[in-house]
Write a protein that binds this ligand. Structure first.
Ligand code: 9MR
Length: 371
């Protein structure tokens, strides 16, 4: 049974997923923008043998989804763990894909010791700045010349546009963002540097991000772009606000990237929109209605939404330099487990068997129309 059915099936799947010479998603966008995906260990260590050729075929850029976060790459004082991220960078470079570094300064996934001295007292401003500098210089320095651009600071603004009360802000003060960008530039003068956030297409939050960009510019500190994460839904945000925000950031001279795109299709209370990962909800079967498959009516809405979105992104293709999907296929999306664990979501362009979904063709059609 195994030999007669499973092995030929695997060969068939490998053949259909493998040939990286075949045209893929990225080819439809060549000369227009990079098309990226987030990757994790399972896709590069051979656990999922289909992943690498598939990624190389369809994407022109990768972002390590977790491997470069502080808690992973610098888990203890003085101990850096580069092996996994190194293998991702090597994989990308051997396939001509750009690498995006994610992320240098964030309030989340940063170990508690970062903000304390060895007896456990809060660090002084100077000591924390020194620690931030050491981290940025070590990590950015390690990948110097190999990373196209870094998410230097992630999610520093609240929904109302005020600064998020993080330990970085509390201990260092407002200028922690300036310092982070300065250190990153010192460590790799050729790397692009980005500010990255979710919901920063919304007016109130955008009004908090714009002064950050202007302040860096006024002080002559390099910033190349603003990342709009794009953790979006079937019914939100309005396309007009995305359009408007790209225009607003571009008017500051920024490149704009959609850095973590997916479109959630599951019923989700709107207070759990965005990506505030400290907020979660318990599993409820009633909010997990498509375990057996996505109904055509919802699939159609997803396709339309992707088509409209890419229509806008392509309209702005002179400033939108990259769109990165937050996961290779539906099975790998974090949206299966956030804000509720264990749901079955369908937010990306490829299904759990690496087959292109109708949304894939909808996006390709938009790219072809824009040529
Ligand atoms: O998708 C990531 C998930 O696998 C991690 O468990 C989580 C915590 O590190 O981070 C997720 O990615 C986040 C990204 O790094 C920053 N923006 C919000 C993303 C979704 O939470």
């Amino acid at each position: 049974m195994y030999r007669t059915l499973v092995i030929p099936l695997m060969i068939l799947m490998l053949a259909s997923a493998c040939s990286s010479d075949e045209q893929g998603l990225k080819d439809a966008f060549r000369d227009q923008m990079l098309i990226g995906t987030a990757i994790n260990r399972i896709q590069v260590d051979g656990t999922d043998p289909l992943a690498k050729p598939f990624i190389a075929r369809h994407f022109s850029s990768i972002t390590p989804e977790n491997a470069m976060k502080w808690e992973r790459i610098h888990p203890e004082p003085g101990r850096y763990e580069f092996a996994l991220a190194d293998s991702m960078v090597a994989f990308a470079r051997s396939n001509g894909m750009a690498v995006i570094g994610h992320v240098l300064v964030w309030h989340s996934q940063t170990p508690g010791w970062v903000f304390q001295d060895s007896p456990g007292n809060p660090l002084t401003r100077d000591a924390l700045l020194e620690r931030m500098r050491d981290h940025i210089h070590t990590v950015v320095g390690h990948y110097r010349g190999k990373v196209l651009g870094w998410d230097v600071v992630n999610e520093a603004v609240e929904e109302d546009g005020s600064m998020r009360r993080t330990k970085w802000l509390e201990i260092i003060g407002d200028d922690y963002i300036e310092k982070a960008f300065q250190y990153a530039h010192e460590a790799d003068p050729d790397a692009e540097l980005y500010y990255n956030d979710y919901n920063n297409e919304e007016r109130a939050k955008r009004a908090g991000v714009i002064p950050i960009v202007k302040n860096l510019q006024e002080k002559g500190i390099r910033i190349d772009g603003v990342g709009i994460q794009g953790h979006w839904h079937l019914d939100s945000p309005d396309m007009e606000i995305i359009d408007e925000s790209i225009g607003e950031y571009a008017a500051l001279g920024m490149k704009v990237m959609i850095t973590e795109l997916e479109i959630n299709v599951l019923p989700t209370p709107s207070w759990l929109y965005g990506a505030e990962i400290s907020r979660t909800a318990e599993y409820r079967e009633s909010l997990d209605p498509y375990v057996e498959g996505l109904p055509d009516s919802v699939e159609t809405r997803l396709n339309q939404r992707y088509a409209e979105l890419f229509g806008i992104l392509l309209k702005h293709r002179d400033v939108v330099t990259r769109v990165t999907f937050w996961g290779v296929h539906d099975g790998y999306s974090w949206k299966n487990n956030w804000p509720m664990p264990g749901r079955t979501n369908y937010p990306l362009l490829f299904d759990r068997n690496y087959q292109p979904k109708p949304a894939y063709y909808a996006v390709i059609r938009e790219a072809e129309k824009a040529r």
